[in-house]
Ligand binder design. Sequence first.
Ligand SMILES: Nc1ncnc2c1ncn2[C@@H]1O[C@H](COP(=O)(O)OP(=O)(O)OP(=O)(O)O)[C@@H](O)[C@H]1O
Ligand SMILES: [Mg+2]
Length: 257
Amino acid sequence: MDYQLYYETIPTGVDGLDSIIGGGFIRGRTYLISGETGTAKSLTALTFLIQGALKYGEPGIYVSVDETYEQFVEGARRFGWDIEYLRGRGLIEILVPEMDIVDRIRRKDPTAIAQSLVASIREYVASLNAQRLVIDPIAPLVSMDKDVQVLREYIRVLVMSIEREVGTTNIITTEIPSGSGAISRYGVEEFLATGVFILGIAKALDGTFKRVLFVRKMRWSPVHPGIYEIEIVPKVGIVVKNQIRERMVPVTYLPTL
Ligand SMILES: Nc1ncnc2c1ncn2[C@@H]1O[C@H](COP(=O)(O)OP(=O)(O)OP(=O)(O)O)[C@@H](O)[C@H]1O
Ligand SMILES: [Mg+2]
């Protein structure tokens, strides 16, 4: 029996990405975008959401953990994405978790907090018949270093509950602390994800800087490890270009080039 038949693959909406990951994302699964600050994690996740809606008619929910609604809409507008227009057409909805989420995770049972966020996500998903979901980033960035175990439990329950109870195809983002050499912030995100992408910045020998993407893991898909150049194209999003074969010096964390 061909078990592949049970996996429906959906196009990511990111130009150039599907062909290097075996066709696209598996519907209903969760993918991680990791990288140091400013490596285009949010833009990549939003390309999946916005192009998924525009090109494939799959509405999406953006959970904005770092930015208020106004900050996010204004930032997107500067990039050439009209969020209000997309909202008006029922193609996107923005969910901003309450600001005191860090305190609440710390004080209360992380499972209960994750489940209350999943309940809100389910309501938004139902109202739009959303097919895609982005949580950016998966955990609040405010330092909770002393509470890593608590945060790990919160992340684990959040991702597992979304896959079981919501049914969307998901991207979560997480920051790699500069110089840590880790591939995620809390060391648990990569194990929950079906696929992991690491974004970074590297310097070529001629001194030019390039934005790059490394496919670190892709369960059930034949992927040839490689580092690809990416480009930020206003109004469109992230575009994946050629594989990089020349020697480069990593500026942010990347596997040795
Ligand atoms: N119109 C544009 N053209 C080219 N580059 C742009 C444009 N708009 C933003 N950028 C670049 O994209 C980068 C930010 O991307 P993004 O916000 O997706 O990164 P991030 O990894 O999510 O960052 P953070 O760690 O702050 O969450 C900025 O550093 C900026 O240089
Ligand atoms: Mg971001």
